[in-house]
Design a protein around this ligand. Sequence first.
Ligand code: PHE
Length: 337
Amino acid sequence: MIDEIKKVEEEIRIFIENLHTKEDLEKFRNIFLVKKGKIQQLFDRMRDLPKEEKPIVGKFLNELRNYAETRFKELSESIAERETKVPKIDLTLPGRIDYIGHRHPIYQTMDRMVEVFVSLGFKVAEGPDIEDGYHNFDALNFPPDHPARDMQDTFFIKSDKNLLLRTHTSPVQIRIMHATKPPIRYIMPGRVYRNEAISARSLAEFHQIEGLYINHKVTFAELKGTMIEFSRRMFGENLRFRFRPSFFPFTEPSAELDITCFLCQGKGCRVCKYTGWLEIAGCGMVHPNVLKAGGIDPEEYTGYAFGLGIERVAMLLTGIDDIRTFYANDVRVLSQF
Ligand code: PHE
């Protein structure tokens, strides 16, 4: 009887060596572990043994059953683990393409504009999106009752009436003046916020590049030259310019720069409001009060400043004629640029 137990043990050992799948496992159970399996059959035969042999055979049989059951448990666990880890691969499926992301067209435009100004000798600085009334308005010579401060245009921070989302990048001018001494030649790109009606031409959140040059005897001619040279490098040679007199509290004199709308080649479209011209920048000579607020003596220094809208330029470069398209985030559109 002991010999037979040894035989079954050997059988189990060999079976286990070749046991790899759930199906093998099930076979193993059916052959050895079930009620009519080989181990139980051996137990059944103990009835016919003489009394003295029963304890010894019983001991061997119990060991055999423990061995078979333990191995069975271990193997079911390792097979189950393996099967959950190895993903089932369907080799007939078509391959997946990994799409590579890229800069948003607004930021590509901003990068390009920054590059052109850097090539003209400007350094780059940034300021915070959340500003205070001092930097956004007071230091920029806005009178206390100026309509731009109105709730209509400015998003104020609810819990602190002195904090707001900057309405332009001009407050960074003040921050630069406080941080450095002339000569100052900086551009300041960033996001700005205005409570405006949303249309094909304007959004409540957009981007600007501010420019500031302060030195001895800076003139309006230098401002014009810089704006024109920037536009040529940015858009090409065949461009017409128009400086229109304008007003900003922080510049005097002030102007607005228009360039030919080349979405329609000046013929008139909805982007240029059918004028053939696109307003791309506000600019002017830095107001003496602003220099003073920045700690710079207006008797000794003069300067110019400008603020360019980035979305407008991106529309020109991409041919997208509705500003909302940039922020709809439709990958089919964005992936084209
Ligand atoms: N800050 C002005 C605006 O947002 C633009 C500007 C900047 C005008 C610098 C003059 C000088 O409209």
